[in-house]
Design a protein around this ligand. Structure first.
Ligand code: ZN
Ligand code: ZN
Length: 105
């Protein structure tokens, strides 16, 4: 009778190691017990589904409603760029050409 147990930091219950995922083939045992891991995965999936529904933004240039992944994230202002990626790169290319033209003259 020497069942290894460990305490799950999520539900704070002491459980046998067999209740924790992993541990097979030299893999590290997951710190959370199986029910807590599964609950966490479900929570993550639910929140991801929620953000997927919300994560759309109208581009200030082409006025298309596009997913946020289509906009550059600006860490300094903690917001997305108001232009979508294609519009932004077109804008940057135009600006670059203008700067180059200015330098050439
Ligand atoms: Zn747990
Ligand atoms: Zn656009």
């Amino acid at each position: 009778m020497n069942i290894k147990t460990r305490t799950c930091p999520s539900c704070r219950r002491r459980k046998p190691v067999a209740e924790f995922p992993g541990g097979a083939g030299g893999l590290p045992v997951h710190p959370l017990c199986r029910p807590c891991v599964e609950a966490g995965v479900r929570r993550r999936l639910a929140s991801r589904a929620r953000t997927r529904r919300q994560s759309k933004k109208a581009c200030a240039q082409c006025a298309q409603l596009l997913p946020l992944a289509m906009f550059h994230w600006i860490p300094a202002s903690r917001s997305h760029h108001s232009y979508c990626r294609p519009c932004h790169s077109a804008y940057m290319a135009a600006r670059y050409r203008r700067v180059k033209a200015d330098k050439a003259s």
